[in-house]
Write a protein that binds this ligand. Sequence first.
Ligand SMILES: Nc1ncnc2c1ncn2[C@@H]1O[C@H](COP(=O)(O)OP(=O)(O)OP(=O)(O)O)[C@@H](O)[C@H]1O
Ligand SMILES: [Mg+2]
Length: 214
Amino acid sequence: MVIVLANSKGGVGKSTLAVHLAVWLYDRGHRVALVDADVQSSSSVWLQEAEPSVTVRSSRTPEEVVGVVRELQRTHDFVIGDGQATLDDQSRTLLLLADLAILPVTPSILDVRSVQQATATLRYAQELNGGRPRGCLVLNRMRRRDVISREVRVAGSSLGADLCASQVRDLQAFREAAQQGNVVTRMGPRAAEAAADVERCFEELLLKMEGTDE
Ligand SMILES: Nc1ncnc2c1ncn2[C@@H]1O[C@H](COP(=O)(O)OP(=O)(O)OP(=O)(O)O)[C@@H](O)[C@H]1O
Ligand SMILES: [Mg+2]
């Protein structure tokens, strides 16, 4: 299965969630690979530090990303793509290869217009690809006071994406994990809240993919 973290907005948590998802799936016994499409290579460096047994590859062009994803798919259960914050051809290609697109959204862009922009490439891929990939908006860096407007809640389906019910809170443990080259699900009690958030979210996403949540 190919899962791509996508959003043309920068700094919404694509790399953070990509690394966490990769290690979480690995810890559940799956063969996992990550394709880093970002020129900064932040997720591949982080992931190699966190779990060297996960295959990490980078790619810079649409042609390269097709080859790399297809090759990794043959030998891995999950190929995770960490996209760049652009609408370039490589980001579009990654989405065309995906079964599931996870679109992290932060409170700073929690209005319908921004979410509409963030999902534009997803709809482009779905239009070309007979409705694939399935899209899921994940609310990330949420604080207690953040309000999700009714419009955003209902906008999802018309924008080609479901809204994941499990939200990921804005927690210091995520920043520490990045600094330490680790993941919150392996950091013990001090990161328990953060670990619970990503676990709930990933479980929900996988259930959706398996179709048991239909
Ligand atoms: N749930 C969270 N709680 C606290 N900090 C977070 C959370 N998720 C991400 N961050 C922090 O937000 C910043 C941006 O996250 P990240 O690099 O994962 O975003 P990105 O979408 O990959 O960015 P880019 O578009 O630049 O690739 C990082 O400093 C990261 O540590
Ligand atoms: Mg990133």
